[in-house]
Design a binder for this molecule. Sequence first.
Ligand code: 13P
Length: 265
Amino acid sequence: MNKRKLIVANWKMNLNTSQASMLLHRLHERIRIHRDIEVVLAPSMLTLQPLSVQIDRRKFRLAAQNAHHKDEGAYTGEVSFTMLQDLVHYAIIGHSERRIYFEESLETVRDKVAASIRNDITPLLCIGETDIEHREGQTRQVLHDQIVSGLADVSSTDVKEMVIAYEPVWAISTFGGKLAKPSDIKPIFDFIRNQVKDLYGPKAAKEIRVLYGGSVDDQTARGYLEIEGCDGVLVGGASLNYVKFSGIVSSAYRMLNEKDDQSEK
Ligand code: 13P
Protein backbone atom coordinates (compact mmCIF):
# COMPACT_ATOMS: atom_id res chain seq x y z
CA MET A 1 0.00 0.00 0.00
CA ASN A 2 1.50 3.32 -1.09
CA LYS A 3 1.14 5.76 1.78
CA ARG A 4 4.13 7.96 1.23
CA LYS A 5 3.60 11.64 2.01
CA LEU A 6 2.77 13.39 -1.21
CA ILE A 7 4.00 16.98 -1.64
CA VAL A 8 2.59 18.46 -4.83
CA ALA A 9 3.64 21.74 -6.46
CA ASN A 10 0.94 23.29 -8.62
CA TRP A 11 2.76 25.96 -10.59
CA LYS A 12 -0.52 27.00 -12.26
CA MET A 13 -0.05 29.35 -15.27
CA ASN A 14 3.39 30.55 -14.18
CA LEU A 15 6.99 30.16 -15.41
CA ASN A 16 8.17 29.83 -18.99
CA THR A 17 10.32 26.87 -19.93
CA SER A 18 13.65 28.34 -18.85
CA GLN A 19 12.23 29.69 -15.57
CA ALA A 20 10.71 26.28 -14.84
CA SER A 21 13.99 24.59 -15.64
CA MET A 22 15.82 26.96 -13.26
CA LEU A 23 13.33 26.31 -10.47
CA LEU A 24 13.69 22.55 -10.95
CA HIS A 25 17.46 22.96 -10.76
CA ARG A 26 17.20 24.87 -7.46
CA LEU A 27 14.78 22.31 -6.01
CA HIS A 28 17.05 19.49 -7.07
CA GLU A 29 19.90 21.09 -5.12
CA ARG A 30 17.84 21.42 -1.95
CA ILE A 31 15.53 18.42 -1.82
CA ARG A 32 16.85 15.15 -0.46
CA ILE A 33 15.39 11.77 -1.29
CA HIS A 34 13.30 10.21 1.48
CA ARG A 35 11.77 6.77 0.98
CA ASP A 36 8.46 7.94 2.46
CA ILE A 37 8.11 11.23 0.60
CA GLU A 38 7.01 11.70 -2.98
CA VAL A 39 7.50 15.13 -4.52
CA VAL A 40 5.34 15.91 -7.54
CA LEU A 41 5.67 18.93 -9.82
CA ALA A 42 2.78 20.17 -11.95
CA PRO A 43 4.21 22.68 -14.44
CA SER A 44 2.35 24.16 -17.40
CA MET A 45 1.49 21.87 -20.28
CA LEU A 46 4.15 23.53 -22.42
CA THR A 47 6.87 22.79 -19.91
CA LEU A 48 6.05 19.16 -19.11
CA GLN A 49 8.04 17.73 -21.99
CA PRO A 50 11.34 19.60 -21.43
CA LEU A 51 11.13 19.02 -17.66
CA SER A 52 10.56 15.31 -18.21
CA VAL A 53 13.97 15.13 -19.85
CA GLN A 54 15.69 17.17 -17.12
CA ILE A 55 14.08 15.59 -14.11
CA ASP A 56 15.74 13.19 -11.67
CA ARG A 57 13.05 10.54 -11.44
CA ARG A 58 14.28 9.33 -8.07
CA LYS A 59 13.37 12.74 -6.65
CA PHE A 60 10.44 14.05 -8.61
CA ARG A 61 7.37 12.94 -10.48
CA LEU A 62 5.35 15.05 -12.88
CA ALA A 63 1.68 15.91 -12.96
CA ALA A 64 -0.49 17.60 -15.56
CA GLN A 65 -2.70 20.43 -14.34
CA ASN A 66 -5.52 19.47 -16.70
CA ALA A 67 -6.31 17.56 -19.90
CA HIS A 68 -9.26 16.86 -22.16
CA HIS A 69 -11.51 13.91 -21.39
CA LYS A 70 -11.57 12.56 -24.95
CA ASP A 71 -8.54 10.55 -26.02
CA GLU A 72 -8.27 12.18 -29.48
CA GLY A 73 -10.27 14.05 -32.07
CA ALA A 74 -11.29 17.44 -33.38
CA TYR A 75 -10.90 19.50 -30.21
CA THR A 76 -8.74 22.39 -31.31
CA GLY A 77 -6.31 23.59 -28.69
CA GLU A 78 -6.74 20.67 -26.32
CA VAL A 79 -4.33 18.01 -25.05
CA SER A 80 -5.57 14.55 -24.06
CA PHE A 81 -4.60 12.24 -21.22
CA THR A 82 -3.54 9.77 -23.93
CA MET A 83 -0.92 12.26 -25.13
CA LEU A 84 0.34 12.74 -21.58
CA GLN A 85 0.62 9.05 -20.75
CA ASP A 86 4.40 8.79 -21.11
CA LEU A 87 5.08 12.12 -19.44
CA VAL A 88 3.15 12.24 -16.18
CA HIS A 89 2.28 10.05 -13.22
CA TYR A 90 -0.55 12.24 -11.97
CA ALA A 91 -3.13 14.68 -13.26
CA ILE A 92 -4.79 17.41 -11.21
CA ILE A 93 -8.49 17.24 -12.02
CA GLY A 94 -11.34 19.50 -10.97
CA HIS A 95 -9.20 22.24 -9.44
CA SER A 96 -11.46 25.04 -8.21
CA GLU A 97 -9.91 27.42 -10.74
CA ARG A 98 -11.06 25.07 -13.50
CA ARG A 99 -14.50 24.65 -11.93
CA ILE A 100 -14.94 28.41 -11.41
CA TYR A 101 -13.08 30.14 -14.29
CA PHE A 102 -13.66 27.47 -16.94
CA GLU A 103 -17.08 26.37 -15.69
CA GLU A 104 -16.11 22.71 -15.46
CA SER A 105 -19.22 20.84 -14.43
CA LEU A 106 -19.45 17.83 -12.13
CA GLU A 107 -19.94 15.68 -15.25
CA THR A 108 -16.83 17.06 -16.96
CA VAL A 109 -14.76 16.39 -13.88
CA ARG A 110 -16.21 12.86 -13.71
CA ASP A 111 -15.25 12.25 -17.37
CA LYS A 112 -11.73 13.58 -16.81
CA VAL A 113 -11.21 11.29 -13.82
CA ALA A 114 -12.32 8.34 -15.97
CA ALA A 115 -10.08 9.40 -18.87
CA SER A 116 -7.11 9.77 -16.57
CA ILE A 117 -7.54 6.25 -15.17
CA ARG A 118 -8.15 4.83 -18.66
CA ASN A 119 -4.76 6.25 -19.63
CA ASP A 120 -2.89 4.95 -16.56
CA ILE A 121 -2.50 8.40 -15.01
CA THR A 122 -3.40 8.70 -11.33
CA PRO A 123 -6.11 11.33 -10.83
CA LEU A 124 -5.64 13.91 -8.15
CA LEU A 125 -9.23 14.97 -7.70
CA CYS A 126 -9.64 18.43 -6.17
CA ILE A 127 -12.71 19.22 -4.13
CA GLY A 128 -13.64 22.20 -2.00
CA GLU A 129 -16.39 24.61 -1.08
CA THR A 130 -16.49 28.33 -1.82
CA ASP A 131 -16.56 31.01 0.85
CA ILE A 132 -20.33 31.49 0.54
CA GLU A 133 -20.98 27.75 0.69
CA HIS A 134 -18.73 27.59 3.74
CA ARG A 135 -20.54 30.43 5.50
CA GLU A 136 -23.95 28.98 4.65
CA GLY A 137 -23.06 25.61 6.14
CA GLN A 138 -23.10 23.75 2.81
CA THR A 139 -19.56 22.38 2.98
CA ARG A 140 -20.52 18.74 3.48
CA GLN A 141 -23.22 18.78 0.81
CA VAL A 142 -20.83 20.35 -1.73
CA LEU A 143 -18.07 17.87 -0.96
CA HIS A 144 -20.52 14.98 -1.07
CA ASP A 145 -21.68 16.01 -4.55
CA GLN A 146 -18.13 16.51 -5.81
CA ILE A 147 -16.98 13.15 -4.45
CA VAL A 148 -19.97 11.10 -5.58
CA SER A 149 -19.92 12.56 -9.09
CA GLY A 150 -16.12 12.63 -9.41
CA LEU A 151 -15.89 8.94 -8.52
CA ALA A 152 -19.01 7.85 -10.42
CA ASP A 153 -17.09 5.88 -13.04
CA VAL A 154 -14.22 4.71 -10.83
CA SER A 155 -13.93 1.02 -9.92
CA SER A 156 -13.20 -0.19 -6.40
CA THR A 157 -9.74 -1.29 -7.55
CA ASP A 158 -8.85 2.05 -9.11
CA VAL A 159 -10.18 4.20 -6.29
CA LYS A 160 -7.52 2.91 -3.88
CA GLU A 161 -4.78 4.40 -6.07
CA MET A 162 -6.47 7.78 -6.34
CA VAL A 163 -5.75 11.00 -4.53
CA ILE A 164 -8.36 13.46 -3.29
CA ALA A 165 -7.15 16.97 -2.49
CA TYR A 166 -9.35 19.01 -0.19
CA GLU A 167 -8.83 22.66 -1.07
CA PRO A 168 -11.40 24.98 0.48
CA VAL A 169 -11.71 27.74 -2.11
CA TRP A 170 -11.67 30.44 0.60
CA ALA A 171 -8.24 29.22 1.75
CA ILE A 172 -6.56 29.36 -1.67
CA SER A 173 -4.22 32.37 -1.72
CA THR A 174 -5.66 33.89 -4.89
CA PHE A 175 -9.28 33.50 -3.70
CA GLY A 176 -8.82 35.19 -0.34
CA GLY A 177 -6.29 32.95 1.37
CA LYS A 178 -7.86 32.67 4.81
CA LEU A 179 -5.73 30.31 6.82
CA ALA A 180 -7.66 27.19 7.82
CA LYS A 181 -6.95 25.72 11.25
CA PRO A 182 -5.73 22.11 11.10
CA SER A 183 -8.24 21.31 13.86
CA ASP A 184 -11.04 22.50 11.54
CA ILE A 185 -9.72 20.43 8.65
CA LYS A 186 -9.56 17.13 10.56
CA PRO A 187 -13.37 16.58 10.66
CA ILE A 188 -13.56 17.34 6.94
CA PHE A 189 -10.90 14.72 6.25
CA ASP A 190 -12.94 12.24 8.28
CA PHE A 191 -16.02 13.21 6.30
CA ILE A 192 -14.19 12.66 2.99
CA ARG A 193 -12.99 9.19 4.03
CA ASN A 194 -16.48 8.35 5.24
CA GLN A 195 -17.88 9.26 1.85
CA VAL A 196 -15.38 6.92 0.21
CA LYS A 197 -16.27 4.27 2.78
CA ASP A 198 -19.97 4.57 1.96
CA LEU A 199 -19.20 4.14 -1.73
CA TYR A 200 -16.41 1.53 -1.66
CA GLY A 201 -16.01 0.16 1.87
CA PRO A 202 -13.46 0.62 4.66
CA LYS A 203 -10.38 -0.67 2.85
CA ALA A 204 -10.69 1.86 0.03
CA ALA A 205 -11.41 4.62 2.55
CA LYS A 206 -8.20 3.81 4.35
CA GLU A 207 -6.05 3.42 1.26
CA ILE A 208 -7.13 6.45 -0.78
CA ARG A 209 -4.74 9.36 -0.25
CA VAL A 210 -6.21 12.64 0.98
CA LEU A 211 -4.27 15.90 0.72
CA TYR A 212 -4.80 19.40 2.01
CA GLY A 213 -4.33 22.54 -0.07
CA GLY A 214 -4.86 26.25 0.53
CA SER A 215 -2.13 28.76 1.42
CA VAL A 216 0.23 26.02 2.53
CA ASP A 217 3.80 27.27 2.98
CA ASP A 218 6.94 26.30 4.85
CA GLN A 219 5.54 27.79 8.07
CA THR A 220 2.11 26.12 7.98
CA ALA A 221 2.80 22.80 6.22
CA ARG A 222 3.63 20.77 9.28
CA GLY A 223 0.38 21.65 11.03
CA TYR A 224 -1.55 20.15 8.12
CA LEU A 225 0.79 17.20 7.60
CA GLU A 226 0.27 16.20 11.20
CA ILE A 227 -3.50 15.91 10.85
CA GLU A 228 -4.37 12.26 11.28
CA GLY A 229 -5.23 10.87 7.86
CA CYS A 230 -3.49 13.66 5.94
CA ASP A 231 -1.33 12.11 3.24
CA GLY A 232 0.25 15.31 2.00
CA VAL A 233 -0.24 18.82 0.69
CA LEU A 234 -1.03 20.53 -2.59
CA VAL A 235 0.85 23.81 -2.81
CA GLY A 236 0.20 26.77 -5.11
CA GLY A 237 1.93 30.12 -4.52
CA ALA A 238 4.66 28.82 -2.21
CA SER A 239 5.67 26.17 -4.74
CA LEU A 240 7.04 28.90 -7.02
CA ASN A 241 9.58 29.83 -4.37
CA TYR A 242 12.33 27.23 -4.05
CA VAL A 243 13.15 28.18 -0.45
CA LYS A 244 9.52 27.84 0.64
CA PHE A 245 8.78 24.69 -1.34
CA SER A 246 11.92 22.87 -0.29
CA GLY A 247 11.09 24.06 3.25
CA ILE A 248 7.73 22.28 2.99
CA VAL A 249 9.46 19.07 1.87
CA SER A 250 11.93 19.48 4.77
CA SER A 251 9.00 19.79 7.21
CA ALA A 252 7.69 16.44 6.03
CA TYR A 253 11.20 15.02 6.21
CA ARG A 254 11.70 16.17 9.80
CA MET A 255 8.28 14.96 10.86
CA LEU A 256 8.86 11.47 9.45
CA ASN A 257 12.35 11.24 10.93
CA GLU A 258 11.07 12.28 14.36
CA LYS A 259 8.36 9.61 14.10
CA ASP A 260 11.02 7.01 13.15
CA ASP A 261 13.16 8.08 16.13
CA GLN A 262 10.19 7.80 18.49
CA SER A 263 9.25 4.34 17.24
CA GLU A 264 12.84 3.14 17.76
CA LYS A 265 12.79 4.23 21.41
P1 13P B 1 -2.16 28.44 -2.76
O1 13P B 1 -1.16 27.51 -2.11
O2 13P B 1 -1.52 29.55 -3.53
O3 13P B 1 -3.22 28.88 -1.82
O4 13P B 1 -2.92 27.56 -3.90
C1 13P B 1 -3.47 26.36 -3.53
C2 13P B 1 -3.83 25.65 -4.77
O5 13P B 1 -4.74 26.07 -5.46
C3 13P B 1 -3.04 24.47 -5.13
O6 13P B 1 -3.66 23.74 -6.13
